[in-house]
Structures are given as C-alpha cells and as structure tokens.
Design a protein around this ligand. Structure first.
Ligand code: 13P
Length: 252
C-alpha cells in the first residue's frame, strides 16, 4: 500500500504573513504523522519562514521550481542547494506552467532532475497533455516522451526518490477535472512506462499523484482509483478548510 501524498502548490500566491498563518493552522491540525504525507509548496520568499513554523512537524516543504546549475551568473534563478538550505525536501519540476509560459523543454527538465537528485531533493515531476493533444489522440505518446526525455539517464536508485504528478493541462485551473477513470487510465500507463521504458523494478511502489481542479468534492472518487496515490492541488490548496478537507478524505 502506497502512502498517499497530498501537496499544495501555491504558485504565485500568499505573502509571508499569509503563508505563515496557513502553516501554523496546518501544523496544529496535523501535528502527528498520519496516513498521508502532506507537502506544501510556498513561493520562494516564504520558504524560510514556513520552514521555521513547520520545524518538528510531519509536514514537508517543497519549492515550485529551481535552476540546474549549482551557482553562478544566473540572475533571478535559485539552485537546488539554496532550496535545501531554506528547508525544502521536495521540488516541483516540469509544471505545465513552466513548460508553457517559461519555455522549459524536456532537456532542461532532465538537467533539473539530475541537479535536484544530486542535492538530495525529491522531485515532484509533472507531466500531462494539452487539450489539443488529448483530442488528437496522442496523450499516451506525449506522456511517454515526457517521461523518457525528462528522466534520461536517471538511475533506479534515483527513481525511488521521485513522485510523479499527472496534470492534464486542460484540467488545471479550469474547474474541469479528468474523470476518475480518465485519470486512472493515464496513471496506469505512467506506471507501466516507468516499469518498461525506465526498466524500474519497483514501479508498483512509485507515488503517482493527480493534479487539475482537485477539490474536497472530487478527491474521494479520484483516490478510489488503484493507481492514484494522492493529489497536487492548486486553487483549493490556497484555502485552509478545502486543503484540510482533501487531506482528511485521503486518509481513509
Ligand atoms: P488547480 O488545482 O488550480 O487546477 O491547479 C492544479 C495545479 O496546477 C497544481 O500544480
């Protein structure tokens, strides 16, 4: 049985006081390790303060992005070592907003994956098709390519550190969730691709979470699917009650 992961990706939201207030409530409500691994991904500016609040709690912290170089003249960028320094255990890599709005390619993401793993960060590696790709019937091809290219030359030992996030681009922030069966079908395919293409012997233990308009109402039916091991939550992760509700439902 895989322990579910429920992660909130705050994207470009929340000031430091807002992030701290949320983290304090979360720590109070989920003070003991439970049946779900809880992760929050605040903006860079709030990482350190959130880490101070969550110290000693079972809640994990993730960054939303990073650069692949260790240091140097890369204005505006943040390295993996800096994220570790700020208290991060996870980092989201390859979010579709990074791919679509900031031109991140599979090759760039592969460099990020190597750098993150080398620094001891656990990547939450995002993959997913656009509406156009789904409608043209190329979903599986796209997913397979994103996995093969993004994880090129990653060792089995490193694969054990990665959580995969299936986020169909058409379901992000649109209120349109993939149906549980649509999501399950792709999650199963992702697990098979990890086993076959990456030749990873423990794919049955890999955490594969779903993202795209997850809310307390649809969490239960998504989590009922055998290959869905949690959620990467955007909008509903900004609201404390909604996020806590999603965690509670996933604890069943
Ligand atoms: P929404 O939950 O707002 O659709 O966002 C999903 C997402 O992009 C999480 O990374």
């Amino acid at each position: 049985m895989i322990k579910p992961v429920i992660a909130a990706n705050w994207k470009m939201h929340k000031t430091i006081p807002e992030a701290v207030a949320f983290a304090k409530r979360l720590k109070e409500k989920f003070s003991e390790p439970g049946d779900v691994d809880i992760v929050i991904a605040p903006p860079f500016t709030a990482l350190r303060s959130v880490m101070e609040v969550l110290k000693g709690s079972p809640i994990h912290i993730s960054a939303q992005n990073m650069h692949w170089e260790g240091k140097g003249a890369y204005t505006g960028e943040i390295s993996a070592a800096m994220l570790v320094d700020a208290g991060c255990e996870f980092v989201i890599i390859g979010h579709s907003e990074r791919r679509a709005l900031f031109g991140e390619t599979d090759g760039m993401l592969n460099k990020k994956m190597h750098a993150a793993l080398k620094s001891g960060l656990k990547p939450i590696f995002c993959i997913g098709e656009t509406l156009e790709e789904r409608e043209s019937g190329t979903t599986f091809e796209i997913i397979q390519e994103q996995i093969k290219e993004g994880l090129n030359n990653i060792t089995p030992n490193d694969i054990s550190q990665i959580a995969f996030a299936y986020e169909p681009v058409w379901a992000i922030g649109t209120g349109k969730t993939a149906t549980p069966l649509q999501a399950q079908e792709v999650h199963r395919f992702i697990r098979e691709t990890i086993a076959d293409d990456l030749e990873y012997a423990h794919a049955s233990e890999t955490v594969i979470i779903y993202g795209g308009s997850v809310n307390p109402e649809n969490t239960g039916s998504l989590m009922d699917q055998p290959d869905i091991n949690g959620a990467l939550v955007g909008g509903a992760g900004l609201d404390f009650e909604s996020f806590a509700g999603i965690i509670r439902i996933s604890e069943r």
